[in-house]
Design a protein around this ligand. Structure first.
Ligand SMILES: C[S@@+](CC[C@H](N)C(=O)[O-])C[C@H]1O[C@@H](n2cnc3c(N)ncnc32)[C@H](O)[C@@H]1O
Length: 227
């Protein structure tokens, strides 16, 4: 086991805004702020945005800086990755950031009906062999799951380097009746030029994986729907 990973796991344990439930609480979920994230964790009643598969949490932290009137929770199974976002948010004194370590397959166990208003899915694994959409976290199968704990018409944003993930997600959403509210196959040459400046600024947040794909010359794709 790498020393660096161990150090980050240890430090995560000291952060009051990092939640790493044990397997039992992951499976039943109920012990951990379900229905009470805003009040119990953030001490307010502000709307909640999740970043699922957040990695280092660039969107979680970047959005939190821009929107102190909202709460942001990064979710990932790899704690040493979101350590970066947890550390940065602590250093910057951001009070509207938290991180939750769990598999996304269990995310509905942690949030009550109507508790989440927006979700960002940033550079998710495309899962090319997943024909049924039970592994690709942008699929209509996952959207139905997210709907269980979102506000009515809750918004889903997808940002991806993968033409395959883009195409499969879009087709699945259309077939399942989820409206395509925004759609671009090239965020930086197309989309940023036709949205409001505030949203262009949000689209310009670059994640760790995104930076790598941009250096390889890939186009960045974006999709938005509501559930
Ligand atoms: C390709 S990385 C993207 C990370 C980050 N969003 C970025 O753009 O840099 C995918 C991330 O999703 C996480 N992940 C993949 N499948 C997951 C699952 N089923 N549950 C929780 N996290 C998952 C991985 O640990 C990884 O950090």
């Amino acid at each position: 086991m790498g020393k660096d990973k161990l150090r980050k796991w240890k430090e995560n344990e000291t952060f009051s805004h990092v939640f790493e439930p044990d397997l039992k609480s992951i499976v039943d979920g109920a012990g951990l702020h379900k229905g009470g994230w805003a009040q119990e964790v953030f001490g307010n009643d502000h709307p909640i945005t999740l970043e699922l598969g957040c990695g280092k949490g660039e969107y979680t932290v970047g959005l939190a800086r821009r929107h102190p009137e909202r709460n942001f929770i990064g979710v990932d199974i790899k704690g040493h990755r979101f350590w970066r976002g947890a550390k940065t948010s602590q250093e910057e004194g951001l009070k509207n950031v938290a991180f939750l370590r769990t598999k996304i397959e269990f995310v509905q166990n942690f949030f009550a009906e109507g508790e989440v208003s927006e979700i960002w899915l940033t550079f998710s694994d495309p899962q090319p062999k997943d024909e049924k959409g039970t592994k690709r976290i942008t699929s209509e199968v996952f959207l139905r799951r997210y709907r269980q704990f979102m506000v009515p018409d809750g918004i889903i944003h997808v940002k991806s380097d993968s033409p395959l993930l883009y195409a499969l997600s879009k087709e699945g959403w259309e077939n399942a009746g989820f409206p395509i509210l925004e759609d671009s196959q090239d965020v930086y040459s197309d989309l940023v030029h036709r949205v409001l400046p505030e949203f262009a600024d949000v689209l310009n947040i670059r994640t760790y994986y995104e930076q790598r794909w941009l250096e390889e010359g890939k186009n960045i794709h974006y999709l938005r729907t509501r559930v």
